[in-house]
Design a protein around this ligand. Structure first.
Ligand SMILES: [Zn+2]
Length: 202
């Protein structure tokens, strides 16, 4: 254990910051120092306020599993969205990514992870039953499986497809292939093989 060079409040701040994704101990220390130097007006106090507000108000959407400060969430409450399409994602970060890209005007369903028998994560640990319920309730024409191109993501996609068979709902998944602006020579073998397999008419 290294000797502490700051008071316990600052050390605690550094420890918490170091738990954020993408921040190791060194960058957490740098961020904490930046915060305490800007204590009064610009950073630390406003950040403390909005963090407390977020902590008091953040909740899970009871419809789709999204994180927001209201329930139903902003996406579910938006009346301009297409009720006939549900886009299934593993995580809220994926929902945000699709929204940033303006990729769909459909509704969402956040699973909260992916099936992983090795890690003991089964269907009951994910937000799957509510998806099946939503789909069976009627009015849904297509379920788009926007899950990760990993073994777990694909296992999850197969499981959901099985659960929805016989409902008459069209189940689709994202294409796997050459990224926009990508050069073939730089692609990994798996991506290249998947792109060849899922080629489309020109
Ligand atoms: Zn929602």
């Amino acid at each position: 254990m290294t000797q502490s060079i700051a008071g316990p409040e600052i050390e605690r701040l550094i420890q918490l910051l170091a738990r954020l994704p993408g921040l190791g101990p060194r960058s957490a220390r740098r961020a904490a120092l930046h915060l305490v130097k800007k204590k009064d007006t610009t950073l630390l106090e406003p950040l403390a306020r909005v963090t407390a507000e977020a902590a008091a108000n953040v909740r899970l959407c009871s419809v789709c599993g999204n994180v927001d400060t209201r329930d139903p969430c902003s996406v579910c409450a938006d009346t301009r969205r297409d009720d006939t399409v549900i886009v299934v994602v593993e995580d809220v970060a994926d929902l945000w990514a699709l929204e940033r890209a303006g990729a769909t005007r459909g509704r969402y369903h956040v699973l909260g992870g992916s099936l992983s028998p090795l890690d003991g994560i089964g269907p009951d640990d994910l937000n799957i039953a509510t998806l099946i319920e939503r789909t069976r309730a009627g009015g849904v024409a297509e379920v788009i499986l926007a899950v990760n191109a990993t073994v777990e993501g694909q296992t999850t996609a197969h499981y959901i497809t099985d659960q929805l068979s016989g409902t008459g709902v069209k189940v689709t998944r994202l294409a796997h292939g050459v990224p926009v602006g990508g050069e073939l020579d730089y692609l990994d073998d798996g991506t290249l093989a998947a792109a060849m397999k899922s080629r489309t008419p020109f």
